[in-house]
Design a protein. Structure first.
Length: 191
């Protein structure tokens, strides 16, 4: 997972502008912003993103999408689940970028965002390998004390996700394929 970052998941071995490490069973997620000369790493809470304003925006966007059927209502309804997925992800990214102070209205200055879901098959990867890849990504962008602190924080979150991951067959990760280990470019090709 994060060990893929040591070579950079983007062309030319470079890192994305912003990397999100999300843990589906937790209310915290890690944000790594490497747009500046040094990295900024933050721990955000889902409560900061998924607030009443977020839900009102999703509801409004869904209501608009639902009514766009026009002269092909069945075709529209068949494509509606994909539109809902785009709406939910797009609005979430909008609010995450807003919390990070990113001007998402300037399309020429739009950051590349990669989202890693740490669940399911990813939890089978030894934690030290994930943390090593994370540390390598931050090497040279943060001083060693900060890299160590954030590596410990990532280890803590991985451990919590492992404990929260249900043992039953209802787990999110069990529906994921090997392709899910690749970074998901949530912002690219969305507009």
């Amino acid at each position: 997972m994060f060990q893929e970052l040591s070579g950079g998941p983007l062309p030319n071995g470079r890192y994305p502008d912003i990397t999100l490490a999300i843990f589906p069973h937790l209310k915290e997620f890690v944000v790594v912003d490497t747009r500046g000369p040094s990295a900024e790493v933050r721990l955000l809470s889902t409560e900061e993103v998924f607030n009443d304003e977020y839900y009102r925006t999703v509801e409004s966007e869904f209501a608009s999408a639902l009514r766009e059927g026009g002269d092909r209502p069945f075709l529209h309804l068949m494509h509606l689940p994909n539109q809902v997925d785009d709406i939910v992800r797009g609005v979430a990214m909008h609010y995450i970028l807003e919390r990070l102070g990113v001007d998402y209205h300037d399309e020429n200055n739009m950051p590349e965002v990669v989202v890693f879901v740490i669940s399911g098959p990813t939890l089978a990867i030894p934690t030290d390998q994930v943390v090593t890849g994370f540390s390598e990504m931050l090497s040279g962008k943060l001083d060693s004390a900060d890299v160590d602190r954030w590596s410990k924080e990532l280890s803590r979150l991985i451990e919590q996700e492992s404990k929260a991951f249900p043992a039953s067959g209802e787990a999110l990760g069990e529906t994921m394929t090997d392709e899910s280990l690749d970074p998901y470019y949530i912002w690219q090709n969305r507009n």
